[in-house]
Design a protein around this ligand. Structure first.
Ligand code: AMP
Length: 122
């Protein structure tokens, strides 16, 4: 699978500091910020600083350091947001069938209320 990265996507602009964000956590290889259109009381987006389109792209081509940093960041966010007790949901949309709007890999972390079943039709 080819992964063509468009460096004009909105998260690339956030990473370059061209548009603002509400940062939750920043590490060497990872940035996490509040979703601009939150779907739950907690809705954080976690992105690698590297140019990866989807989760599988990141998993295939990122360095070990980037992959570890990303997942440790996820763990820190969950702890800091107090999500362990009642749980949460991790979502990463990819491509056309996944209805991915922003073509820079991002993990949604959603929590703070019951989230219902995983998928809806349509
Ligand atoms: P996806 O459909 O998985 O690509 O999700 C893209 C997410 O990015 C949506 O939940 C949007 O609300 C969110 N989003 C778009 N622009 C921004 C922005 N400037 N700052 C924060 N979140 C954004």
């Amino acid at each position: 699978m080819a992964y063509a990265y468009d460096d004009q996507n909105i998260f690339a602009k956030i990473l370059r500091g061209e548009i603002p964000n509400r940062t939750v956590l920043e590490t060497d290889h990872t940035l996490a910020f509040e979703d601009i259109n939150p779907q739950a009381p907690v809705h954080v987006l976690v992105i690698p600083k590297g140019a990866y389109v989807t989760y599988d792209h990141f998993a295939a081509e990122a360095s070990d350091a980037e992959i570890v940093d990303f997942h440790r960041a996820v763990a820190r966010i969950c702890a800091e947001q107090g999500l362990a007790a009642d749980g949460c949901r991790f979502i990463s949309n990819a491509g056309t069938h996944g209805v991915q709007d922003v073509p820079h890999f991002h993990l949604h972390i959603l929590g703070g209320r019951p989230l219902g079943r995983m998928l809806s039709a349509g």
